[in-house]
Design a protein around this ligand. Structure first.
Ligand SMILES: Cc1cc2nc3c(=O)[nH]c(=O)nc-3n(C[C@H](O)[C@H](O)[C@H](O)COP(=O)(O)OP(=O)(O)OC[C@H]3O[C@@H](n4cnc5c(N)ncnc54)[C@H](O)[C@@H]3O)c2cc1C
Length: 444
């Protein structure tokens, strides 16, 4: 232990994992959370996205297991469903479905509520971690370039707390950039790429009369021709979580009729069949503004000592690709590794650079897809990436090796360069092309 007290803003996925890591180096770790966490079950207002699917890919599950031994088993005991990305998955691309051979690469599907509940229980069992809920942090306390705590409100009362290290894990809606500006620290404008994606999700009781032949299904949106997509995950034992996506402003509907219409317009008839025949177990919940945003904190030279940021507070991604949890888990693995040799309160940019490095590929993956909806002419690099990724996607239905390489890369389990290996490159270049023209590309 080289320090006493760490304070984490936000007890979501990033906050809980960060608290777990910090508990190894700090005598006292306190999680400060806006929502009131009264019960172990159910949704809470602080995480509206918890209504949507949060399957955990193999790489994220591995990072989580390193922090919480046997958590995979615990999640499965709570009803999480393990699905192989080949044999258990119906993965439909604009040119057709992916091959269904066993890949040996799985995702773990559960509701976000179940995931958070089990992790929270593990974290709050640690003797030196505590949770203060119902507190909204409104700013940072500081002393000559060092963050020394936070201030905010708990109901009507002011709240102040001090720490040697403050970690912002307050997610997609983090106000850290404004809080830093109040200290006179200015961040570069965030990078934003917006594919104007919305999603709407609803839970259904599993209808055992439907024989589907898969555990999870996914039909991707893909610019320029496929603005609608959908996904079904088997979650929490006996439920299906159906999610409909709309990109480029094609809004996923929140009403019953619209939900069925959208499901019926997908190529995979199973999604509509579920919506028609299964019993709903929740209302339809819709989320919008699912843009990609990257706060480049690693480029702030006068970043204060005593402050770190991770998770969606730094990089929030279009959720269609399901990378957020994995990137966050990798941030926490990095935090743990760096804390072995560094006093990160004194050298916070060492950590922020590692966070930026981990974000680079997921950012490129998500934004390459979303830039396809852009109306402006794209830079050469983006056009090249879009061209090649379009060829890969077009080649997938007929080519097992291409799908295997794509699945590993898209799950962050394989290096992107594997998509350029001769065996894949050859099939990609000889494979078909996607139909559909880019709609409105114009000169700048
Ligand atoms: C619609 C949607 C679907 C998604 N699907 C997937 C998926 O399938 N797979 C995947 O890997 N990722 C997915 N993601 C991304 C994933 O949700 C995030 O990457 C993940 O939640 C990041 O965790 P976080 O802890 O940084 O943020 P959050 O989970 O949002 O947690 C932030 C916490 O901070 C609290 N908080 C906020 N402000 C304050 C404050 N001022 N004071 C105190 N507390 C505060 C909030 O109440 C909340 O508890 C999805 C995201 C969205 C929007």
């Amino acid at each position: 232990m080289y320090s006493d007290r760490a304070l984490v803003i936000g007890a979501g996925f990033a906050g809980l994992l960060a608290a777990r890591v910090l508990s190894e180096s700090y005598g006292d770790v306190v999680l400060v959370e806006r929502s009131v966490i009264t019960t172990d079950a159910g949704h809470r207002a602080g995480i509206p996205r918890a209504h949507h699917p949060h399957p955990l890919p193999a790489r994220g599950a591995q990072a989580l297991e390193a922090l919480f031994p046997r958590i995979g088993r615990e999640l499965e005991n709570a009803g999480a469903v393990r699905a192989d990305l080949g044999s258990d998955f119906l993965h439909r691309f604009p040119n057709g479905p992916a091959p269904r051979d066993h890949l040996g690469l799985s995702v773990l599907s559960m509701t976000r509520v179940t995931l958070d509940r089990i992790i929270r229980r593990r974290v709050l069992r640690l003797a030196n971690v505590s949770l203060v809920d119902g507190v909204t942090v409104e700013g940072l306390l500081h002393d000559r370039g060092t963050v020394t705590g936070v201030h905010g409100r708990r109901g009507d009362r002011p709240f102040t707390d001090y720490a040697d290290l403050v970690v912002d894990a307050s997610g997609r809606d983090s106000r850290l950039v404004s809080w830093l500006a109040e200290l006179g620290v200015h961040c570069p404008a965030p990078r934003i790429v917006n594919g104007h994606v919305t999603c709407a999700s609803r839970l259904y009781e599993v209808n055992r009369d439907l024989e589907l032949g898969w555990k999870n299904a996914c039909e991707i949106t893909h610019a320029p021709g496929t603005r609608r997509g959908g996904a079904v995950s088997s979650v929490d034992g006996s439920r299906w979580l159906v999610t409909l996506f709309g990109a480029d402003g094609d809004t996923a509907p929140a009403d019953d009729d619209g939900f069925l219409d959208h499901a019926t317009s997908l190529r995979c008839p199973d999604v509509a069949e579920i919506v028609k025949t299964a019993t709903p177990a929740s209302a339809v919940h819709r989320s919008g503004n699912l843009r990609n945003r990257w706060n480049r904190f690693h480029q702030v030279p006068d970043w204060p000592r005593g402050l770190l940021a991770l998770g969606d507070s730094v990089v929030s991604l279009d959720p269609v690709h399901g990378h957020g949890l994995t990137v966050t888990a990798l941030n926490c693995a990095e935090l743990r590794a760096l804390l072995q040799d560094h006093d990160l309160a004194a050298e916070p940019l060492t950590f922020q650079r590692a966070v930026a490095k981990a974000a680079r590929f997921p950012w490129t993956f998500a934004t390459t897809a979303d830039l396809g909806w852009a109306t402006r002419r794209l830079p050469v690099r983006a056009r090249l990436l879009r061209w090649y990724s379009g060829r890969v996607i077009a080649a997938i239905p007929g080519h097992r090796r291409v799908y295997r390489a794509y699945a590993r890369v898209s799950q962050l389990a394989g290096h992107p360069v594997t998509l350029l290996r001769p065996a894949v490159l050859f099939r990609v270049l000889l494979g078909g092309k996607l139909s559909g023209r880019r709609p409105r590309a114009t000169a700048p």
